[in-house]
Design a protein. Structure first.
Length: 615
């Protein structure tokens, strides 16, 4: 593609994603310079922009754009919001004559720091308490509470936003994905916004707002969340718990009832149906509960009418919608912007697909910043009377996992021992790499990998080597070998000064992303660092698992303590040379043996360097 990418759409071609509806494939298109921009800076222009976009699509054009949350009053003057952001139009659509083929997105060239929020833990607790008081007073049944997260995106060049969108899309795959570059001037000279403001919208929402095709209108609210489990058993348990949760089902049903009522305003009499209720959908980092509502629209209904009936989606307001939105203004400090609005595409002929703009990042180019953008992303959840501040905080943590995964480029990694031309424990390494590739939605060509490993074995028929297998985001494979010195008889290790963070996918799976381990660099004179979790339980070393001898038996911490499922660890467990049990820091003085184990060095006895009492 010669011209710069202006927009990308990657979404199901039909109302796909629910078990009872057909999967018709996906639409994946790129667009370059738009013919024109249709822009609504004021409330009175929003419906006009929607009508124009729909008409242009019916005439054969593609229209890609958004409607911001603060556009709600354009459809119903009784739906209050904060005053709109001056740096983002209330609605805008880029108009294109034809799509281009999907490009190969960059897999390098961006970096982000830690996402931060001005919402303090105490303020969050107070807000949840306020919502509970409102529910008890009969004001609302539920309020969707949100807060903005902020960050900075730095890039190697102007392609960084596109590369970052690719990373977000890999982190949250198979959703209703839209990329828009607002900085591009249209062929007729029109722009999406005047002056400084949001330059890119990157949406990888898993939630369908609505799909409208030949009179069939389908909406699928997403309400109810659970974190993915760290083992297959724990993962199944998490899904089962969500599926049977009275709280989550009640929360979902409230929004289903709200949307049934909204659809009835534009539906043919008797056509509103709920073909699927309380479906549990697997996303990479969370389980989500969805339900599907559909209706046949009346013959006189246009796109603006659908927005008037449904917008904003009840799943991101609460119920009743008007009262919930009234209190959202009191609870939240600033406009939501594109977040909680809708992004989507109107295809030639008029078929329309819009997401609920969650998992959506706004980028604003920083004045004078060389390839640097300010980044903003909202996060939130529905608060009901059964909700607790601790439980909702954990849900917010789970929902942010897609941002953590996309923070910077990474590769899958396996480290193997090659001794005299033989790769030790190769089947277990292949299995673990396959599981990581499936988890991160990375294509792994195992035949290609086996061929490269066989070539490496032929090149190193004698000696002992450390072999590294690296698999990139686009499935590229490379293998490396370096001579491995003999293990010393024993080495010294230090004890971490602080606990490890809550275990996540970059601890459960081996990758080049080692953020959690970086603060635990070995102290002077130490070979490695012994780690522990927030409960004071041993977890692992930074480069291997731990084996500890207590009462004549060698033990290793279970995976529930937060550690990588090491290949050597699994081998020794299978052989009966190790058993699993929780080992606490208090038990360290009673240990009669300590070892670092990994598949490269196998078994390395270690001596723990405890801090002196004088310190």
């Amino acid at each position: 593609m010669n011209r710069a990418v202006s927009a990308l759409i990657d979404l199901p071609s039909g109302p796909a994603g629910a078990p009872n509806l057909p999967q018709d494939g996906r639409i994946q298109h790129a667009f370059t310079q738009p013919q024109t921009w249709l822009v609504a800076e004021r409330l009175e222009a929003v419906t006009t922009v929607l009508e124009q976009a729909h008409q242009l699509a019916q005439a054969g054009n593609w229209c890609v754009g958004w409607v911001a949350y603060e556009a709600a009053a354009a459809f119903d003057a009784h739906l209050p919001t904060h005053p709109p952001q001056h740096h983002l139009p209330l609605a805008a659509f880029a108009v294109y004559d034809a799509p281009q083929s999907w490009p190969e997105l960059p897999i390098q060239g961006w970096d982000t720091a830690d996402w931060t929020t001005e919402l303090t833990p105490q303020t969050f607790v107070d807000q949840v308490r306020t919502i509970h008081d409102l529910i008890r007073a009969g004001e609302v049944y539920q309020i969707n509470l949100t807060a903005p997260l902020r960050n900075q995106l730095t890039g190697a060049d102007d392609q960084a936003p596109l590369a970052y969108f690719g990373a977000l899309r890999r982190a949250q795959p198979r959703g209703f994905n839209v990329y828009l570059d607002l900085s591009q001037t249209a062929q007729d000279g029109r722009v999406a916004l005047q002056g400084s403001g949001v330059s890119h919208l990157l949406s990888v929402s898993p939630e369908l707002f609505f799909h409208w095709d030949q009179g069939l209108l389908v909406t699928r609210p997403m309400k109810g969340t659970a974190g993915r489990g760290d083992t297959p058993e724990a993962d199944r348990h998490a899904a089962d718990q969500l599926r049977s949760s009275i709280k989550e089902r009640a929360e979902n049903l409230m929004i289903v009832d709200l949307l049934r009522n909204d659809l009835s305003r534009i539906a043919q009499t008797g056509s509103v149906q709920v073909p699927s209720l309380f479906d549990v959908q697997a996303l990479p980092t969370v389980w989500q509960m969805t339900s599907t509502i559909e209706a046949r629209t009346r013959a006189d209904v246009g796109l603006a009418d659908i927005f008037q009936a449904l917008f904003p989606c009840g799943s991101i307001t609460g119920a009743p919608k008007q009262r919930a939105m009234h209190h959202i203004v009191q609870l939240e400090a600033e406009p939501r912007g594109a977040y909680c609005g809708a992004l989507g595409v109107i295809q030639p002929g008029g078929t329309s697909t819009f997401n609920v703009a969650i998992r959506t990042v706004e980028l604003s180019a920083r004045p004078g910043g060389n390839h640097t953008w300010s980044a903003k992303c909202g996060i939130g959840s529905g608060i009901t009377l059964d909700a607790t501040s601790g439980g909702e905080a954990m849900e917010w943590h789970h929902k942010q996992a897609f941002l953590r995964r996309a923070a910077r480029p990474f590769e899958l990694l396996e480290s193997l021992r090659l001794a005299d031309g033989e790769l030790a424990r190769l089947p277990l390494h292949i299995t673990r790499l396959r599981q990581a590739a499936q988890h991160f939605d990375i294509s792994l060509d195992e035949n290609k990998l086996q061929a490269q490993l066989a070539q490496l074995q032929g090149e190193h028929p004698a000696g002992v080597f450390k072999v590294r297998v690296l698999v990139s985001a686009n499935g590229g494979i490379r293998v490396e070998a370096a001579a491995l010195p003999a293990n010393p008889l024993s080495v010294k290790v230090g004890l971490a000064q602080t606990p490890m963070p809550l275990a996540d996918e970059f601890i459960w799976h081996k990758t080049t992303r080692r953020d959690a381990y970086q603060p635990h660099t070995p102290q002077q004179g130490a070979f490695d660092t012994l780690l522990f979790n927030r409960a004071g339980e041993l977890s692992e070393f930074t480069i291997g698992n731990v084996a500890i001898e207590l009462d004549g038996q060698w033990w290793t911490p279970p995976l529930s303590c937060g550690l990588l499922p090491g290949v050597m660890r699994q081998t020794l467990l299978n052989q009966g040379k190790l058993k699993e049990r929780v080992v606490t820091l208090d038990e360290l003085p009673q240990a009669t043996g300590l070892a670092l184990i990994n598949s490269v060095r196998e078994w390395l006895p270690v001596e723990l360097m405890l801090p002196s009492l004088s310190q």
